[in-house]
Design a protein. Structure first.
Length: 480
């Protein structure tokens, strides 16, 4: 469990001080390792102990995430809990390379200035009022989301600085002038960032991880096209309603924002015409999107469509190999993502997830699958009040909740997608729920009580949209 902390690290973990960090990591693992649990065999118990300690380490971060996972991977091999040959199997998973290449795309988008150009384009074109300015922010985030698999990198690195600049252009600063425009834009930018993180397989780092969990537990294929199709209607409706609802509940004092369009125009003039590198990148990104959407017809895996694009980025000079080597987030993700997939697979193969899921569903015996679904999915959403990382919650709980839903008779595709979507939507409730939250909240435009109140209202709206309208949409798509 994690606790509110305004100084949350950008990676999404809460820093504990001194030996308490290590105590928090080791205690649950040692208890599980030595506790006599009749439902689990010693090898199962030992594997679960290492996994739980790893998840706690991802949250508490006594050391960087990749280091924690590297230690766990080595420990599993040295103790013979997992055969050494299988310990490295996670690095052969295609989803590992998909998220790796997505981080490289992010480097190209930001390094060429293409991301700023997209955001300023929408603001100049549509930012004539505070409400349409909110929609411009949402549209910018939506366009960038498929290629930037980090809500912190996309929201904090591109959307937040632009939002802050627009607020400053209207002399809206933290404090007495915050409500002029800045408070509204900050809340909207953060909330839509959570929505677009849910909409694409490559818009949040843990999404491919959950897709692999779904394949192993529920035996369903959450490819890029299926994930995007399931999120299309509820996602667009959320992006339409959220800026409007916030506008009604937390209205800005300034309604006409033509000056924002002038600011965006000035920034675009500073950027100048699109460079050759940007033009190549735009063509390559369009090709990637087409390749992902048409995957059911051509049969090329998503990861290799993405790797083809990386090759083209290098061959056309959009980025140099040294630039990609400097993208430390990609290499960091590669190091921790593979071993986590390995451990998740071992938990499923050894029967641990089945035991845990059976324990949950045993208390719901006799319930209809619809009732179980409407209990467990919102429960999965609101348990995020105790997490400071979307990835940590998905890693810790997605498998058990998915297993329980499937055992309870829920359609596997619906269960897998719903939990996947709410693994991003859940971050909007608090000021510490994801790495991007401290960036936006830390600007000082919105009080904590207001942030939480608006976050809770938006969570209810998302439940209604994604489980109500979304459920009907998934029926139209034939998912249940």
């Amino acid at each position: 469990m994690t606790f509110p902390n305004r100084k949350t690290e950008p990676a999404g973990g809460v820093r504990l001080s001194g030996w308490w960090r290590w105590a928090a990591v080791l205690a649950p693992g040692l208890i599980l390792y030595f506790a006599p649990l009749p439902s689990l065999t010693p090898p199962q118990r030992h594997l679960l102990a290492v996994f739980i300690s790893t998840v706690v380490a991802l949250v508490a971060q006594p050391v960087p995430m990749a280091v924690s996972v590297l230690i766990s991977m080595t420990l599993l091999a040295l103790t013979r809990t997992v055969p050494p040959g299988r310990v490295l199997s996670g690095f052969s998973d295609q989803n590992v390379w998909l998220i790796f290449t997505a981080f490289l795309f992010a480097r190209a988008v930001t390094g060429t200035g293409f991301g700023l150009r997209v955001a300023y384009f929408f603001i100049r074109r549509f930012g004539r009022s505070a409400l349409t300015l909110g929609y411009s922010v949402a549209a910018s985030d939506l366009v960038l989301a498929p290629f930037i698999p980090s809500d912190t990198g996309r929201g904090g690195g591109i959307i937040y600085p632009i939002t802050r600049s627009v607020a400053q252009a209207f002399n809206s600063e933290p404090g007495p002038t915050a409500r002029r425009l800045g408070s509204y834009l900050i809340v909207v930018a953060f909330q839509v960032n959570c929505v677009v993180s849910a909409m694409f397989l490559t818009s949040m780092a843990a999404n491919p991880l959950m897709a692999e969990f779904a394949r192993k537990i529920a035996h369903v294929d959450l490819n890029w096209g299926r994930w995007a199709a399931g999120a299309a209607l509820p996602g667009i409706v959320s992006l339409i309603l959220i800026p409007w609802v916030i506008y009604r509940l937390y209205p800005p004092e300034i309604r006409a924002t033509e000056a924002a369009q002038q600011l965006a125009g000035e920034e675009l003039r500073k950027l100048g015409p699109m460079s050759v590198r940007e033009r190549w990148l735009a063509v390559i990104m369009a090709g990637v999107m087409a390749g992902w959407v048409s995957a059911p017809w051509h049969g090329v895996p998503n990861a290799f469509v993405a790797l083809t694009a990386v090759c083209l980025i290098l061959l056309t000079g959009v980025m140099q190999w040294s630039d990609l080597l400097a993208e430390t987030r990609a290499w960091d993700a590669l190091m921790w993502f593979g071993p986590m997939l390995m451990m998740a697979g071992e938990l499923t193969q050894s029967g641990v997830i089945g035991v845990l899921s059976g324990g949950v569903i045993g208390h719901l015996h006799g319930w209809s699958w619809g009732a179980i679904f409407m209990l467990l999915v919102p429960g999965y959403l609101y348990i995020h009040y105790t997490f400071a990382s979307m990835t940590a919650q998905a890693t810790a709980l997605y498998q058990a909740f998915l297993g329980a839903l499937v055992l309870g008779g829920c359609p596997p595709l619906v269960a897998a997608l719903a939990l996947g979507y709410f693994s991003s939507l859940n971050a909007g409730m608090t000021h510490y729920g994801t790495g991007a939250a401290p960036v936006f909240f830390g600007a000082g435009y919105v009080s904590q009580s207001t942030w939480w109140k608006l976050g809770f209202v938006i969570s209810l709206l998302n439940v209604a949209i994604w489980l109500g309208l979304g459920g009907l949409w998934w029926k139209v798509l034939g998912l249940w």
